[in-house]
Design a protein around this ligand. Sequence first.
Ligand code: HEC
Ligand code: HEC
Length: 264
Amino acid sequence: MKLLASVLTAAALAVPAFAVLAADPVPAATAPAATAAPAATTPAAAPAAASVKGDAPAAGAPAGVASGAAPAAPTAAPPAPGTKPRLDLAQGEAKFGAVCAACHNADGNSTVPAQPKLAQQHPEYLVKQLQEYKSGKRKNPIMQGFAAQLSDADMRNIAYWVTAKPAKAGFAKDKDLVALGEKIYRGGIADRQVAACAGCHSPNGAGIPAQYPRLSGQHADYTATQLTHFRDGIRTNSLPMTQVAAKLNDREIKALADYIAGLR
Ligand code: HEC
Ligand code: HEC
């Protein structure tokens, strides 16, 4: 009953989100291959002109956004793609459509449980993961191959393009497990010093931009695999998560993953 209610609420909420999307004048999204392709085939042209050097934090960008005051600014890029000269969202879209969409879906909402949804994920987190797949710090043979072919600019273009795609909600499946998952997610496990997930990933799983990734609605299979990999020392690119996962048993991991899938 409660689940159903939240499903309905989410469905209701989803409508305006999609309405906005449809109103957004980006016809390219429906036909990425045709128009975008020519530009993407000549990557040399873009960096040369756009001067990637702007990336250096202080150096060439004396603009107005001085001293660490508002690092949140990039998030505002999607509504007005033209305002951020350093980002090429069209290039990000073209590359995503040509390579990544095969597994992560055209709008970043993968439908395959082992392949994560990327839509609406914080761009800084996505870039970090791509860099670490490329360097081998996060080990995955499939993603290492794809990340190896991306430049820093590609990673940013893709990340800032896909973060603007609305995430599709997921669903929890097991009522009893969900209750256990919710308890740990919100309150941690006091006797074993497991910190509450909500403390870092926020109560609704939206995360905190730049620092803590969004989790809500992610496929339970993917989430469970990551928690198991953190625990077993297979994913070693985050000390806080290794420490959190170290004390979780399989049932707790399953419960958390199921709860997170239904979070919204
Ligand atoms: C053949 C399927 C496949 C393709 C193509 C693919 N990916 Fe992935 N991707 C995966 C799988 C599987 C994982 C989970 C790997 C793991 O467990 O670390 C993943 C994980 C990721 C993650 C980590 C997400 C997270 O929440 O931590 C990012 C980011 C990502 N992929 C981006 C990309 C980008 C960008 C491209 C295109 C350049 C791409 N992927 C192409 C299968 C694919
Ligand atoms: C101290 C802060 C902190 C706490 C508490 C915490 N996390 Fe995390 N979590 C992180 C950080 C930071 C990352 C990003 C790791 C990286 O950069 O690769 C992360 C990543 C993750 C990921 C990987 C996401 C992906 O897309 O691959 C999962 C899953 C996750 N956390 C689940 C949990 C769960 C479940 C709990 C509670 C049991 C929890 N976290 C508690 C900080 C935290």
